[in-house]
Design a protein around this ligand. Structure first.
Ligand SMILES: Cc1ncc(COP(=O)(O)O)c(C=O)c1O
Length: 392
């Protein structure tokens, strides 16, 4: 079949090959790990010229490291950005991105189902710098518009959002923000760049907890910011180098390894989560299932427009929605570990108390991070846990 040389390679191919030059590394199938803090110079002239525009040498790992640089260039490409910067955690990336576009006196609009520590950063930390935040549900672009003030400089998005998996119309919100000179940031940890590209929809910066699907093995903590070269150059030299929360080369190397299998892992996460969502949906003991991939998700049409697939993350509410019943079901699970975090190869379950934006009431939900185990085993485990815990 003739191939079009201008065609962008598929994301599966990019995860594996983008930015890699095997000849440069003696044909080694895996990239080398530059586990070093500093880089030497052959003479004093080159050393004193090291900050000049012509110098293309590596200098110090907090500034740039070849292993981390390869990873950053893959993430930038996957996110349809010009540049990306790796950080030592998702929160380090989020705080760097947020701080990069705010100053004292500014105002932020954020979705109210945002990841808890991001909310604490905005609500507990930023007021010390004179920055205020307004929270909106965000399922309709008009929610953002209604909350804007003349001082609004940032709209912070997370789609699908934490625990409730509500979506925001990324293209519409980015447009209304851009028309007013407001920066938009979107946490894309759930969908990953394989299933959603906020930058291509007009969002200014994408942030990630790479601790989740991008690494996929529950063995490291990492984060990214991706966007235009101009924004990332400023962010790297200020929040990256000065706040210094950058990623260690070994974690970068492990992340490069995780990325190679991201596409096949995600396919399986999605398949397993969809099967469990359908099982739960048809179970009379379950009141509702929150999964962005379900046809009856309240924003299914938006999901089809801006997402290419869905992760392994879902929540469900029991009909008997008490704290006791919720805990009993989670405790009765055998294959699902009880732990925070998500996006790893292994299935996890936690009970979470959330405020339902539909009626403002507190509800107990069970959040699942559906792993890569046999789907029949996961279905059997969920079914036996519901039966054992709810038998009266
Ligand atoms: C949606 C989301 N964003 C960001 C983070 C923070 O990432 P990290 O734990 O890598 O700092 C998390 C962590 O759970 C998360 O769930």
């Amino acid at each position: 079949m003739p191939t079009d040389p201008s065609r962008r390679p598929g994301v599966e191919t990019l995860c594996i090959h983008f930015g890699e030059d095997r000849e440069e590394r003696h044909g080694a199938a895996a990239p080398p790990l530059y586990q070093c803090s500093t880089f030497t110079y052959p003479d004093c002239e080159q050393f004193v010229g090291r900050t000049g525009p012509e110098c293309d040498r590596y200098d110090y790992t907090r500034v740039c490291n070849p292993t981390t640089e390869l990873l950053e260039c893959k993430i930038a490409e996957l996110e349809c950005g010009e540049s990306a910067r790796a950080f030592g955690s998702g929160m380090a990336a989020i705080s760097a991105a947020v701080l990069s576009c705010l100053k004292s006196g500014d105002h932020v609009v954020c979705i109210d189902t945002v990841y808890g520590p991001t909310r604490r950063l905005l609500s507990d930390y930023l007021p010390r710098l004179g920055i205020e935040t307004t929270y909106v549900r965000g399922t309709d672009p008009s929610h953002f518009e209604a909350a804007l003030r003349p001082q609004t400089r940032l709209i912070y998005l997370e789609s699908p959002s934490s625990l409730l998996f509500e979506l925001q119309d990324l293209g519409a919100v980015a447009k209304l923000a851009r028309e007013r000179g407001i920066t938009t940031i979107c946490d894309n940890s759930n969908a990953t760049p394989l299933y959603q590209n906020p930058l291509a929809l007009g969002v200014d910066l994408v942030v990630h907890s790479a601790t989740k699907y991008l690494s996929g093995h529950s063995d490291l903590v990492a984060g990214f910011v991706a966007g235009s070269r101009q924004r990332l150059t400023a962010l790297s030299s200020r929040e990256g180098e000065l706040l210094g929360g950058i990623l260690d080369p070994f974690a970068s190397w492990l992340l490069l390894r995780g990325l190679r299998t991201l596409s096949v892992r995600l396919e399986r996460h999605q398949k397993n989560a969809m099967a469990l969502a359908r099982l739960l949906e048809s179970d009379p003991r379950v009141a509702r299932v929150l999964y962005s991939g379900l046809e009856n998700h309240p924003q299914a049409a938006l999901a089809r427009r801006q997402m290419r697939g869905h992760s392994g993350m879902l929540s469900f509410e029991l009909r008997q929605g008490s704290r006791e019943a919720t805990f009993a079901v989670v405790d009765a699970l055998n294959l699902f570990g009880i732990a925070v975090s998500w996006g790893g190869y292994e299935s996890l379950a936690i009970p979470v108390e959330v405020t339902d934006p539909a009626d403002g009431r507190k509800k107990w939900l069970i959040r699942l991070s559906v792993g890569l185990e046999s789907v029949e085993d996961l279905k059997a485990d969920l079914y036996q846990a519901l039966s054992r815990a709810l038998a009266s």
